[in-house]
Design a protein around this ligand. Sequence first.
Ligand code: NAD
Ligand code: DAU
Length: 360
Amino acid sequence: LQSSRVLVTGGAGFIGSNFILYMLKKYQEEINIINVDCLTYAGNLENLKEVEHRKNYKFLKVDVCDKKAILNIFQTYDIDRVIHFAAESHVDRSIRNPEVFVNTNVLGTLNLLNAAKLAWETEDGFKPGKKYLQVSTDEVYGALEGEEGYFYETTPLDPHSPYSASKTSADLMVKSYVDTFHFPANITRCSNNYGPYQFPEKLIPLMINNALNGKKLPVYGTGKNVRDWLYVEDHCKAIDLVAEKGRVGEVYNVGGHNEKKNIEIVTMIIDTLLEMLSAKDPRRKLISHDLITYVEDRKGHDFRYAIAPDKIKAELGWEPETPFSEGIKRTIAWYLEHMEWMERITKGEYQKYYEKMYRM
Ligand code: NAD
Ligand code: DAU
């Protein structure tokens, strides 16, 4: 392994914390991880409790937009890899308040690119072995209108929401640094992730949490919109692989051909919970298909996402390892075992968000 010092941004969020846990388990002492996160509502250091004492893990509470602090990190540590997760990540929030999405997702990315470029450049290029990886999303391709077709790396960028527009802008800044300076970067574009530690504003944990509390399950529009779901650890493996072996300047799509209509996901969650909870469990009585409630659609709701992962498979041999039927059970079991985690993060600010967003 060449990448001994890895700067992970947004490591206290859902995918970032799964990535740090995965990397420290895989590489043990061979790797040093610096986690830079400013701890927005979505950042939770509790996710990283089991590694916080490790000598080769360090947390820095820093905003990726803070020029001085980011430059200082690159001056203090000889960073080999940047894995840039930090972002405002929720589409619904971006519709209500786009500004913070531009600040963090676009300007934060530019700030990191500048600091890495400054630290890594030499008279005739860049120090060998350095890599910057931009964690992007399939939403930059826009939406597929029918049941057919896939997003390829060559699909034109056509974002619709303020969130996806900000992620696309960030991708284009990365591309511009590759094209202009031959900056050593990759971009990965992944489909919807699910798994442990996902914040309950997102479909799967929101439905699990509501069902366990006997609350209505708010399905937007017809429930027929399609997302392509990938178990978070499979995404983490793809990121590690691209950071190590991806060809400089290339974009790699990441996804597992696992398209599901939203209503199928919600139904599956209800059925799995009923299967998993014992007959004596008082929560069992609260859960039924009657909780499903169709609510007003998301504005500009993208109809269907579907990733073609052919390139990462052919070039790097990556394939998803977790079938959805297994991953969803593992995820639900994790939430059942971590009810206190859920209770702690759904208090306070989340309550206010939920009431304003759903009015139910
Ligand atoms: P998340 O919202 O769970 O976590 C984001 C993290 O970034 C939080 O810890 C937050 O505190 C931190 N952060 C936000 N603004 C920051 C700032 N200005 N400075 C420093 N830290 C900041 O997000 P996630 O779902 O884990 O997504 C991580 C990345 O992966 C994002 O870039 C997202 O666009 C991308 N992505 C997510 C998915 C998905 O399904 N969740 C799929 C594809 C790509
Ligand atoms: O595709 C990758 C993207 O997936 C990531 O880039 C984003 O960061 C991530 O948030 C996710 O975006 P989505 O908008 O697809 O995820 P979300 O969980 O918000 O919604 C999934 C689908 O479920 C979507 O069609 C909207 C619908 N939905 C969502 C919520 C929260 C509902 O029907 N009801 C809900 O309450």
